[in-house]
Design a protein around this ligand. Structure first.
Ligand SMILES: C[S@@+](CC[C@H](N)C(=O)[O-])C[C@H]1O[C@@H](n2cnc3c(N)ncnc32)[C@H](O)[C@@H]1O
Length: 412
C-alpha cells in the first residue's frame, strides 16, 4: 500500500478532521492529499499506520475456516470466531455508526465483502463460507402471523412462513450456501414471543425446511461478566455431530465477577487519552454524574411505582453488585445501571469503556463514536465470552462435516 492508499483507508474509517488531528496537520491538507493535489511527506505513511491504522495487515494465507457476519453491529460475535483462526469473508451491517466502530476494530483483506442492507443482497452473491453468524434483530411482529397470512394457496416452505422478516434473509442464505454450521443469537423473549409460535416457526424452518441439526440454549452473561443478560443461542450443524450443551464451559454464577472488575480504577493507572477520564488520577469525568434534576426525577418515578406496588425503578449499584441488563436505551437516562457515589452524591452512569467491559470486550477495542452511539452499540451487542464459549464448542466439530453441498432449496 502506498501513502495515498493509506490516506484513503484512513478516510474510510475516520473523518478528515480526525485524520488531520491524529497527524497534526490541518483538514485542508488531508483533503488535498485525498484528491492527489499535493504529495504527503514520506513519514506520513508511518504516522498513519501507527496512529490511525495500527491493526496490522489484513489476514492473508489459508484460514482454518471461513465465516460470515450478518447483522454484525460492532462485531461482538465475530471476535471469538476470528480468534479461533476463522476468516471473515462477508459482513452485513447497515448502520453507519456501527460500521465506523466495526471498521476501526477489524481489518479485512481483498477477499472480504462488506454489504449494507441484507435484504438487498442476492444470496448467490454471498461468498461460500463454513459458518454463518447472525445476531438478527427481533422484529416487533409475529413470524407465525406472517405465516397465517401467506398460507392461502401458497406452497409450504420457509419463504411463506418468514418472508418479510429478517430471519427470512438468514434462512435464504443458509438455503443457498449450505454452511457447515451457524450460530444465531437473540433476546430471550424470542422464545416466548407470540405464545412461542415465532420461535417454533424459526426452529421448524431451520430443522425441517433447511435440514439442520439444531441446538438451543438460553445463556446468562453473568457467568462471565457482572451483568444479568439472558440471550437465546441457536446453533445448527448441517450434519449430525456430537454437540452437547453439557460440554459448555460456564464458570459458576456464584463465582462470577462483580462490578468492581469493570469500573474505572480512578488511581491514575488507566490510559490518560480516554476521554471519559479526567486529571492525573483518571477520575471519571463529571459529565457522567446525573444532574440534580434527572436524579430527582428518577427517584420520584421509582417512588410512585413503588406506591402502586410495581417493582420498576432505577438500578443503583456498587462495585460488589451484578448489573441489570444494559439496554440500547442506556444513553437516555442510564436508569438501569447507576453507579453509587455515596449517600450524599448523585450517582453516575457507566462510561462507554465500562459498558464495553460489561459486555466482555477487552480494553484494546476502539470506540470511535460519540458516547450516545457507543451506549447504543454496546447495549445491542453480545457478551463476547458467552459467544467464545459456544464457539469453542462448535469449532472442533467443523472438521467432521464435509464441504458444502449444492443448494437444494432455493427461494423462488
Ligand atoms: C442486535 S444488533 C446485533 C449486534 C451484534 N451482534 C454485535 O455484537 O454488535 C442487530 C444489528 O442489525 C443491524 N441491522 C438491522 N437491519 C439490518 C439490515 N436490513 N441489514 C443489515 N443490518 C441490519 C442493526 O443496525 C444492528 O446493528
Amino acid at each position: 500500500m502506498d501513502t495515498y492508499d493509506l490516506i484513503d483507508l484512513a478516510l474510510q474509517r475516520f473523518t478528515a478532521k480526525e485524520v488531520a488531528m491524529a497527524l497534526g496537520v490541518d483538514v485542508r491538507t488531508v483533503r488535498r492529499w485525498h484528491t492527489r493535489e499535493t504529495e504527503p511527506k514520506p513519514y506520513i505513511a508511518d504516522a498513519i499506520r501507527q496512529r490511525l491504522l495500527p491493526l496490522g495487515d489484513p489476514p492473508t494465507g489459508p484460514a482454518t475456516f471461513r465465516f460470515i457476519d450478518l447483522f454484525a453491529g460492532i462485531g461482538g460475535i465475530r471476535i471469538p470466531f476470528e480468534k479461533l483462526g476463522g476468516r471473515c469473508v462477508f459482513t452485513s451491517e447497515w448502520d453507519p455508526y456501527a460500521c465506523k466502530t466495526y471498521a476501526a476494530n477489524f481489518h479485512d483483506g481483498p477477499d472480504h465483502m462488506f454489504a449494507g442492507d441484507i435484504t438487498k443482497v442476492y444470496e448467490e452473491d454471498v461468498p461460500d463460507h463454513d459458518v454463518l453468524l447472525a445476531g438478527f434483530p427481533c422484529q416487533p411482529f409475529s413470524i407465525a402471523g406472517v405465516s397465517k397470512k401467506n398460507a392461502l394457496g401458497r406452497p409450504h416452505g420457509f419463504a411463506d412462513k418468514t418472508q418479510g422478516t429478517l430471519f427470512f434473509d438468514v434462512a435464504r442464505i443458509i438455503a443457498a450456501k449450505r454452511p457447515k454450521a451457524f450460530l444465531l443469537e437473540n433476546v430471550k423473549n424470542l422464545v416466548g414471543h407470540d405464545k412461542g409460535r415465532t420461535f417454533s416457526t424459526i426452529i421448524d424452518v431451520l430443522q425441517n425446511e433447511l435440514g439442520y441439526k439444531v441446538h438451543t440454549k438460553v445463556i446468562n452473561g453473568k457467568h462471565f461478566v457482572p451483568q444479568h443478560r439472558e440471550r437465546i443461542i441457536i446453533v445448527g450443524f448441517r450434519e449430525e455431530v456430537p454437540f452437547d450443551w453439557d460440554d459448555l464451559d460456564l464458570p459458576p454464577v456464584e463465582d462470577g465477577p462483580k462490578l468492581r472488575t469493570i469500573l474505572h480504577s480512578e488511581d491514575g493507572s488507566e490510559p490518560a487519552e480516554w476521554q471519559c477520564l479526567e486529571g492525573p488520577k483518571g477520575r471519571v469525568s463529571s459529565k457522567y454524574t446525573l444532574s440534580d434534576k434527572l436524579w430527582a426525577y428518577l427517584q420520584n418515578y421509582a417512588m410512585k411505582h413503588r406506591e402502586k406496588g410495581n417493582g420498576f425503578g432505577f438500578g443503583l449499584v456498587t462495585g460488589n453488585d451484578v448489573a441489570r441488563t444494559l439496554s440500547a436505551r442506556y444513553y437516555k437516562d442510564g436508569s438501569e445501571i447507576l453507579v453509587s457515589r455515596g449517600p450524599r452524591r448523585n450517582p453516575r452512569r457507566l462510561t462507554p469503556r465500562e459498558c464495553a467491559r460489561l459486555m466482555g470486550y477487552d480494553d484494546t477495542f476502539r470506540i470511535p463514536v460519540s458516547d450516545t452511539r457507543a451506549y447504543k452499540q454496546f447495549g445491542n451487542s453480545v457478551v463476547v465470552p458467552v459467544i467464545a464459549a459456544v464457539a469453542d464448542l462448535m469449532y472442533p466439530l467443523l472438521d467432521r462435516i464435509g464441504e458444502p453441498v449444492p443448494a437444494e432449496k432455493k427461494v423462488a
